[in-house]
Ligand binder design. Sequence first.
Ligand code: DGJ
Length: 743
Amino acid sequence: MNIFYNEKTKSFHMKNDIVSYQFSIEQGKYLTHNYWGKAVSDNQSKSDYRYADRSFSVIPNEIKGREFSLTTLPQEFPGDNNGDYRESALSIRYKDGSFNTALEYDSFEIIEGKPGIDGLPATYISRDNEAKTLKITLVDNSKKLEVHLFYTIFENYGVITRSTEIINNNVEAIEIEKLLSASVDFDHSNFDLVQLPGAWGREREIERDKLSRGVHKLDSKRGTTSHTYQPFMALTDPDTTEHSGEVYGMHFVYSGEFVANVEVDEYRKTRMQMGISPEHFSWKLNKGDIFQAPEVVMVYSDQGLNKMSQDLHQLYQNNLIRGEHQNKERPVLINNWEGTYFDFTEDKIENMAEEAASLGIELFVLDDGWFGKRDDDLSSLGDWFEYKAKLPNGLKALAEKIKSKGLKFGLWFEPEMISEDSDLYRNHPEWVLKAKDSAPSQGRDQFVIDYSQKEARDHVLNQMKQILDDVPIDYIKWDYNRNMSELGSQNPAIRDGEVAHRFILGLYEMLENLTSTYPHILWESCSGGGGRYDPGMLHYMPQTWTSDNTDAVARLEIQTGTSMTMPISSMGSHVSAVPNHQVNRITSLKMRGDVAMAGNLGYELDVTQMNDDDKETVRNQIDFYKENRSLIQFGTFYRIISPFDSKDSTSWMIVNQAKDEALMYFYKILDRANTLSARVKFKGLQPEFLYQVNKSESCYYGDELMNKGIYIDPVVPVEGSTEPHPIGDFRSEIIKISKVTND
Ligand code: DGJ
């Protein structure tokens, strides 16, 4: 991995063994993009901008002739109102009302390692020489503005990260109306756009469309990343598959309003961009002040989407997630939500914990309803003290009882919310997030706390700390159950255009404080399931509740879509009761377990109501999971058959680093009459290793398993028959293969 600057050609080249990224200084001052793609040799890489007179292109004032134009230049960081009519990367409004910024190249610096971004989550290096950073300075001398572009190349991944900062050296304040973090121009548009849109209960559906002309915008105006679009997009060759072809992805390390733009212009060139959404954003920058925009992870793969996912998984596992639990095996948990909802007593929780411990479960999570006077979702958010009517002996005594059964204890919070019926609201209505003179909308009968106000978030922080200092808590589920609206602050000193971003900065400040004060706690992020499952949150919380939809069939899509960007160690996946509470479907306990065992296994049902057979099944599932937990949570993940491509089946694989153990997950979703079995081909094995299937006599070489494949016919019990049959809906099987050793 290295970063080169060629003085003669005025060109930069960042490269490692996987990826190259090149740009040059054109006409002495314009930063022009050359290349992003498979690693290439560095032979005086230089700009190859095609000079030509093109009608209706405009020419910068100082340039002679008609051949150079910002209208057609592939730009590294396009400004606004200067003859580049495509989407800009920044837009500034000056005191006199003008909005023209003419940035030109000034200087560069190569930094060993990777600088952090103040107050924002970002990828980091975990050892020396793991990454190098290029810092480019652009200036607008007349406006006394300085923009820094940061590019970091990592040694082992097809990843370059980018971020931007802006410094106002003017005597007057300026208004930033838009500052994106990354912008890349491609010289063609023969791409498919892959994205992960969704909704509550249907998170991260994989959608792929041929790119057409115009601006394609994925964004969030909801205050949070949300269920609707992910801060992720990828451009692929039209013939790219999961395992072959080129992919260019962008993923935003941020949890607030974002924009992901792809524009195809009149020359069929493509501009791909990502950053904070300018929709509700404007930021006053006083003289001498700096504004830093969050990081974008740019990932390149020439081996299809699955390899892109693997690079992101590794980057996030090794260089984004932090803390004590980063590489620790995650506990099998039970969460009481779907088992009891709000309707629980101390005895009920103790009984559930007792039963859970006997099944091998390791962590009990007490979900919503333990605080204030919370019997339903109409009250008490903001009143973070125990509900004595439900927990007469108090939270601490309950936690101790649960721990005495050999379980760890976890607790649910929703710290950014406030109910109208709460002491907090009665005492501090001024802490509700709302635009001045507006009536705030309700969502799930709750308001959002204005985290841009420090006193408000500190109040919640202190309430939480009182509990965390008193009660032996090992895990926290941090929930967030509505989108923001009427963005604004009741504090007149806080400008409404800054509230959405200040909210997120406030949230990150609080998470930094809590995670460093209580490093032993395992934090799990949640937002009505996976509504805020982004790399920003992952930096503080190594796990996320993937979706409120716990139906095994629905989960096949949700977990497949989630695996596009997120590591398995971060994915909460629980077995729940049937008929399923979200879709009313009945699937076998085996299938539910087999799906949940492709993530962080948990149970979310009333275990005291299970019959002995089911308990035995659960015990076996947990034993199997524990035996294979390290492989599952930290192995290399392969999407073999996608539920988005096949209505009938889904298949995933996980292989350990040494490639001597792997799990093949196979799910038969809907059956058809009178079909022939098909072989399933493995991935990621060592061709010459001999593998044993399920500790049986059957052995195959890695190359056989990968090229020829094997038949997998999951069976289910059939009523009236003593033999299980390979027919019917909702069947599943997990096959373990292990390298045959001579001893
Ligand atoms: C939404 C979460 O996604 C659920 O798991 C549960 O914690 C509820 N909130 C509780 O209100």
